[in-house]
Structure formats: structure tokens, C-alpha cells
Design a protein around this ligand. Structure first.
Ligand code: NAP
Length: 235
């Protein structure tokens, strides 16, 4: 049986991904900060990805319970508050980087510890199309996703000799609570207008791509950042 760990898996993309893996018969651990209603077939474990003790415990408890860690999806993320570069502070920087970058780093550190010992595993980090371009008014989020891509490629090089693959998915605008929050704070921004397919994606469309990257169907892919963005990055 495949064991899958998904951080930030109670809502949005993480939740849809948990449901997709569970639908394929995997043992799924959803990690989050609240004990909320779970996707069907998943087990909840508490973890704030900014806290190394939480992540160490999460990974160890997953292996204790299910015997292995085969796929890890580092999805937990925050968009932070909107604002220009001139309005930012050390606190607003930390609010985003501690979750999006430190959280991804700590998650990979402990997932790789276990996967290297197993001699196999697949990690999928959730980046963004904004990891590859600038966006006025959201510079820290943009920078954090650039960092996730750099971490992904570097970790992939370190992990390859251990039989472990590390990739990232780069979604365009996706219909989730994060997109709703983003749009409510930036009513002047029409993200859908930047998507050639003319709409935001669904969490289920991202989940299918994560399933692919996590599986043996992607066995020769590592260090890849895969866009799933309705063509937003094509122009
Ligand atoms: N929606 C989009 O348009 C879009 C596009 C590109 C990339 N993404 C990325 O996709 C990922 C998932 O976002 P989403 O769109 O599905 O939005 P979402 O529903 O807000 O999901 C984010 C999840 O991360 C959790 N989280 C935040 N900080 C955490 C922390 N410190 N520790 C543990 N969990 C934490 C949140 O739970 P809490 O309730 O605890 O905060 C929430 O469940 C994010 O990395 C995001 O940057 C989204």
C-alpha cells in the first residue's frame, strides 16, 4: 500500500489531492493546524509546518502507523497580506516565508531522512506560476514561490542518488479559499483574464497532476517544476 503525506490538506488543493490519493486506495495522512472535517479515507495529524518538532513528529508518526512514507506533498502555504514592496516589514516577510519556504524546507528535510533510508520516495512541492514571474503588490509571496522552486531543484540533485525524486507543481489561479481571499483583497485584479483557457482551474485538476508526479508514471522526472495553469505561463 502507498503511504501519502499531505501538508495543509484540509482545504483547497491539499484536500482534493488527499481525496484523489485515497480514491486510488492509498493510506493518506492529512496534516494541518485544525481538527476539521477530513477528506474521506484520510487520517488527520496535527502539524504547523513552521515548527520543526511538529514536522519531525508528523513524519515519524506516519511511518510508525503505516510502515513507510512513499509520497509527500508539501502543499501548506499562505498568500499573506497584499501590499507593495515599500509597505513590507520583517514581520510580513516572516509571515509568508516561514510557512512557504521554511515549511517546505523542514518538510523535505524530515521526509528525505525517511525516504533515503527506505531507498525510495517521491516528493511534490506546491509552488505557483508566480514562482516564475513577478506580480506587483504580492512580491513576498512571489519571492517565496521562487524559493520553493530553488529548493525543489537543489533537493532533487541531493536526493537522486538515494532513489528519491523531488518535483514541484506550479498552478495558475485555482478555485480555492486562497484565491477567494486573494481576490477579495485585490478587487481590481482579474486573475482569470491572464489565463488563456479563460477560467481558473479546479483543485481536482491540480490533484491529478500531483498524482502523476508522485507516481511511477513520472519515474524519470526529478527536479521538474510542472505548470498546470491553463496556459498562463505560455506567453
Ligand atoms: N489557489 C491558487 O490560485 C493557487 C495558485 C498557485 C499555488 N497555490 C498554492 O497551493 C497551495 C494550497 O493552497 P490553496 O489554494 O489550496 O489554498 P488554501 O485552501 O488556503 O490552502 C492552504 C492550506 O495550508 C494550510 N496552512 C497554512 N499555513 C500553515 C502552516 N503554518 N502549517 C500547516 N498548514 C498551514 C492552511 O490551513 P490553515 O487553516 O491552518 O491556515 C490551508 O489548509 C499553497 O501552497 C498555495 O500557495 C495556490
Amino acid at each position: 500500500m502507498t503511504t501519502v503525506l499531505i501538508t495543509g490538506g484540509l482545504t483547497g488543493i491539499g484536500r482534493a489531492t488527499a481525496a484523489a490519493f485515497a480514491g486510488q486506495g492509498a493510506d493518506v495522512v492529512v496534516a494541518g493546524r485544525h481538527d476539521a472535517e477530513l477528506p474521506a479515507g484520510a487520517v488527520f495529524m496535527h502539524a504547523d509546518v513552521r515548527q520543526e518538532d511538529d514536522i519531525r513528529q508528523l513524519v515519524d508518526d506516519t511511518v510508525t502507523r503505516f510502515g513507510s512514507l512513499d509520497v509527500a506533498v508539501n502543499n501548506a502555504g499562505t498568500e499573506g497580506a497584499p501590499g507593495a514592496v515599500t509597505e513590507q516589514s520583517a514581520d510580513s516577510y516572516a509571515q509568508i516565508f516561514d510557512t512557504n519556504v521554511l515549511g517546505t524546507l523542514l518538510s523535505m528535510k524530515h521526509e528525505m531522512r525517511v525516504m533515503f533510508e527506505q531507498g525510495h520516495g517521491s516528493i511534490v512541492n506546491v509552488s505557483s506560476v508566480l514562482g516564475h514571474q513577478g506580480a506587483a503588490g504580492t512580491s513576498i509571496y512571489v519571492a517565496s514561490k521562487h524559493a520553493v522552486d530553488g529548493l525543489t531543484r537543489s533537493a532533487a540533485l541531493e536526493a537522486a542518488g538515494h532513489g528519491v525524486r523531488v518535483n514541484a507543481i506550479a498552478p495558475g489561479p485555482i478555485e480555492t479559499p486562497m484565491l477567494q481571499r486573494y481576490e477579495s483583497t485585490r478587487p481590481e485584479t482579474d486573475l482569470r483574464a491572464s489565463v488563456p483557457l479563460g477560467r481558473a482551474g479546479t483543485p481536482e485538476e491540480i490533484a491529478k497532476a500531483v498524482l502523476f508526479l508522485g507516481s511511477d508514471a513520472a519515474s524519470f522526472m526529478t527536479g521538474e517544476v510542472m505548470f498546470v495553469d491553463g496556459g498562463a505561463s505560455a506567453g
